[in-house]
Design a protein around this ligand. Structure first.
Ligand code: GUN
Ligand code: ZN
Length: 451
C-alpha cells in the first residue's frame, strides 16, 4: 500500500457559491494533514488531531507559506495547438484557417503528436492542471498519442478525435461513416481505461455536414458515460455562418440540440453570444459551458456573461477553461485573472472565491466528475496542488499586505502563473516539483521526457 501525507493550509469547496451563501460553500483550514493512499485521499483533518492518530513512521511533507488546493481542471483546450499559442492576427475563422488547420495537419505523424502531448501535459502539471478536456485532431493516432502519455502519468483526462467533414482542408477531413467508426473504436480502446475518459468531439457546426452531425449524436448516445465537446456562439461572424449552413434550425445551439448532442457530459466552449432562451436550453438539458476568457480576449470574440449564465433562476453549469492555442496561458490562475477583467467589463466583480470554485469543484461539476475530483475530501482522487504564497518577489511583498483569505486568493489569481505552483500530485503521487533541482529530489521522472 502506497501512503504519503502532506501538511499545510488547505482550501476546498463543498458547495456552489453561485447558488448559496459563499461562507457555507468553502472550507479553509490553517494547518491540515492530508493522507494520500492508493491514489485517493484516505484521511484529512486538522494537523493537531491527525498527528495523534497517524503512524509514527509516516513521512509528512510540510508545505509552509503555501496553500494546498485540489488540482485545477481545464474544461476546454486543444493540445495540438500547443505549437501555435500566441499566433498573431485576426479573428476566429481567419485564425483557424491560417494557423490551426495548418498545425493540425502535422498530427498525421504519430511521433509529432506524442511529442506535443508530452509538452502539453508537462505544461499542465507545471501550472497545476491535473485534468483537461482536450480536443485532439481528426487523426485517431493523435488520440492514442495523447492517452498513452496521460495514462503513463496516471492523469484523469478527457479527450477525443475531432470530427470534421466539410469547410476544412482535405487532409483534415473524415466522413460521417469513418468518423463514426473511428470514434467507436477509440471509445472501446480508451474510455474508462485507467483514468482516461473519451469525448466525442465534433469540432463545431460549420465543419460538420448534417449527415455527420446525425451520426455524431448517434455514437454519443450509444455510449452512455462518454463526453461530448464542441464550440458554440464564440464569434458573431461564426454565428451568421451557422445560420446560413443550417437555415432550418432556430439558432446555433439548436443545431446541437436537434442532433442529440446536448445533455449531461456535453461541454460547449465559449457561449459568448448566447441568448436567454439558449441559456434556458443549456439549463434544461444539463449541458455545460466552458468559459474561456483569455481566448475570447485574444481573438476579440466578446465578453462571456458568467453572471447571466449562473442566474439562480436557471443556473447553467460553467467551468473555467484555457482554450489554448487561442487562449494565451496554460495557467488557470492567469485564466481567473482574465475572467475577472471580463466580468469587470460586464459590470460586476468576480470574487476570488467564485473564481477558484470555477477552476476546481465548479469545473468538476460542469464535467459531472465532482464525485471523483475537484475537492479535498476523503474518497476523492488525490489530485492536489501546492501554491507558493511567496513565489515571486512582488507576490512575496504584496502578500505582506493581504489581510484575508480573499486578499490572498486575489493576489494569487492576479499575479500568479506557473511560478506559483510548487508541487503537483496526481493520483496520490507527486509528479511535479518546481524546486526539485534545488531540493535535490529525483521524482520528476515522469516529466523528464526526451523531447
Ligand atoms: N471553433 C472551432 N474550432 C476552434 C478552435 O480550434 N479554437 C477556437 N477558439 N474556436 C474554435
Ligand atoms: Zn476551443
Amino acid at each position: 500500500m502506497h501512503t504519503i501525507a502532506i501538511r499545510g493550509s488547505t482550501l476546498t469547496f463543498n458547495d456552489n457559491p453561485f447558488a448559496k451563501p459563499i461562507k457555507s460553500c468553502f472550507k479553509y483550514e490553517e494547518d491540515t494533514i492530508i493522507v494520500l493512499q492508493n491514489g485517493l485521499i484516505s484521511k484529512i483533518g486538522p494537523a493537531a488531531d491527525m498527528l495523534k492518530t497517524l503512524p509514527s513512521d509516516i513521512s509528512i511533507q510540510h508545505y509552509r507559506n503555501a496553500l494546498i488546493l485540489p488540482g485545477f481542471i481545464d474544461c476546454h483546450v486543444h493540445y495540438p495547438q500547443t505549437e501555435i499559442i500566441g499566433a498573431y492576427g485576426k479573428q476566429l475563422i481567419d485564425w483557424l484557417n491560417k494557423y490551426t488547420f495548418v498545425a493540425e495537419q502535422n498530427f498525421r505523424d504519430k511521433s509529432h503528436a506524442t511529442k506535443a502531448a508530452k509538452v502539453f501535459l508537462r505544461e499542465c502539471l507545471r501550472v497545476g492542471t491535473t485534468t483537461a478536456a482536450t480536443f485532439c485532431t481528426v487523426h485517431p493516432d493523435s488520440v492514442d498519442a495523447f492517452f498513452e502519455i496521460s495514462e503513463q502519468l496516471n492523469m484523469r483526462n478527457i479527450a477525443g478525435k475531432v470530427l470534421m467533414d466539410r469547410n476544412a482542408p482535405a487532409m483534415l477531413m473524415d466522413t460521417p461513416q469513418s468518423g463514426y467508426d473511428q470514434t467507436k473504436a477509440l471509445i472501446a480502446r480508451w474510455h474508462g481505461k485507467g483514468r482516461q475518459l473519451y469525448c466525442v468531439s465534433p469540432r463545431f457546426a460549420p465543419t460538420s455536414s448534417p449527415a455527420q452531425m446525425e451520426m455524431t449524436g448517434a455514437v454519443w448516445q450509444e455510449h452512455p458515460g462518454t463526453f461530448l465537446q464542441s464550440h458554440v456562439s464564440e464569434n458573431k461572424a461564426e454565428i451568421e455562418w451557422v445560420k446560413q449552413l443550417y437555415p432550418e434550425r432556430k439558432g446555433y445551439l439548436d443545431v446541437y440540440h436537434y442532433y442529440g448532442q446536448l445533455g449531461p457530459r456535453a461541454i460547449l466552449g465559449h457561449g459568448v453570444h448566447l441568448t436567454e432562451d439558449e441559456f434556458q436550453v443549456l439549463h434544461d438539458t444539463g449541458t455545460a459551458i466552458a468559459h474561456c476568457p483569455t481566448s475570447n480576449l485574444f481573438l476579440g470574440s466578446g465578453l462571456f456573461d458568467l453572471k447571466q449564465a449562473m442566474d439562480p433562476k436557471r443556473p447553467v453549469r460553467v467551468g473555467l477553461a484555457t482554450d489554448l492555442g487561442a487562449g494565451t496561458s496554460f495557467s488557470q490562475l492567469a485564466t481567473m485573472n482574465e475572467a475577472y477583467k471580463v466580468a469587470q467589463l460586464n459590470g460586476y466583480s468576480l470574487s476570488p472565491l467564485h473564481a477558484f470554485y470555477s477552476a476546481t469543484r465548479g469545473a468538476a461539476n460542469a464535467l459531472y466528475l465532482d464525485d471523483k475530483i475537484g475537492s479535498l475530501e476523503v474518497g476523492k482522487e488525490a489530485d492536489i496542488i501546492v501554491l507558493d504564497l511567496n513565489a515571486t518577489p512582488i507576490i512575496k511583498y504584496r502578500m505582506q499586505y493581504a489581510k484575508s483569505l480573499e486578499d490572498i486568493l486575489f493576489v494569487l489569481m492576479t499575479l500568479g502563473d506557473d511560478r506559483t505552483v510548487k508541487a503537483t500530485y496526481v493520483a496520490g503521487e507527486r509528479v511535479y516539483s518546481r524546486d526539485a533541482e534545488i531540493e535535490n529530489e529525483t521524482f520528476v521522472k515522469h516529466l523528464s521526457f526526451e523531447l
